[in-house]
Design a protein around this ligand. Structure first.
Ligand code: PXP
Length: 256
């Protein structure tokens, strides 16, 4: 009997919006750290937080506590901001993901323009790598951005699935999945680890989870939203189950 192939797809649970709920009332609850522990016990492979310049949800103290107490990798999302890069150098999370940031945006709208910001991105990649962090760049699924990410010295790219998540026409969706797949293939063949995320939920995750080059999905808003109704552990376990089910049914990974 053949040994089943381990579906190589990790779930990073983004807990920013647990902190959003806490900040809405200035309380001490709900605790992002407690949510991270529940997510971990339910199958999360890593925990992601975005320490924004405006501190609208996650606070520096949250990052410190998570860094100290988590048993699974911590992925810190950060902008090209000197104070936060210096904090990442000090705390040395397992992974750092560089993202664009605009104060007025509701969430991270669009990927980092690594082509336009090549010098500052390369400098940040160097600093964070020397601090021992695996550096990924949150980019639009475009081949030019993948090439720029490789040139900047990143170890991984996270492909922005926000556009995919906003589409509803099946033909448009098919084209966008192919755009993401092409960027994933290019990144993988350049030796980069490939992640994806933004706007993914239980109904739309399958076509992305099936792409064999993608090894990590970072999902936040929909998991926290589901957690409000069903609890954090079932929400995480359900997402992980759907992701892995999709991957098991996907065509096998091509040799790279
Ligand atoms: N990946 C990155 C780089 C992000 O900035 C975000 C949003 O903070 C996510 C993934 C998760 O997106 P969502 O909350 O829509 O699942």
């Amino acid at each position: 009997m053949n040994t089943p192939i381990e579906p190589n797809l990790r779930l990073g649970v983004n807990i920013d919006h647990v902190a959003t709920l806490r900040q809405a009332r200035g309380t001490r609850y709900p605790s992002p750290l407690a949510a991270a522990f529940v997510a971990q016990s339910a199958g999360a492979d890593s925990i992601t937080v975005h320490l924004r310049e405006d501190r609208r949800h996650i606070q520096e103290q949250d990052v410190r506590e998570l860094r100290q107490a988590l048993g699974i990798p911590l992925n810190l999302e950060l902008a090209l901001d000197e104070t936060i890069i210096a904090l990442a150098e000090e705390l040395q999370p397992h992974a750092c993901c560089l993202v664009p940031e605009r104060r007025e945006e509701l969430t991270t709208e669009g990927g980092l323009d690594v082509q336009a910001l090549s010098e500052s991105v390369a400098e940040a990649c160097g600093r964070l790598s020397r601090a021992g962090c695996r550096v990924s760049l949150f980019i639009e699924p475009e081949e030019a951005q993948v090439d720029a990410a490789e040139a900047a010295g990143a170890q991984a790219v996270e492909l922005h699935t926000g556009r995919y998540a906003n589409l509803s026409d099946p033909a448009d969706l098919g084209r966008e999945v192919e755009r993401i797949a092409a960027a994933a293939r290019r990144a993988r063949s350049a030796g980069l680890e490939v992640h994806a995320g933004h706007g993914l939920h239980i109904e739309n995750v399958t076509p992305i989870a099936r792409l064999p080059e993608i090894v990590e999905l970072n999902i936040g808003h929909s998991i926290v939203a589901d957690a409000v109704l069903m609890g954090m552990a079932p929400a995480v376990a359900r997402m992980k189950g759907v992701m892995l089910g999709a991957r098991r049914r996907a065509p096998s990974r091509s040799a790279v």
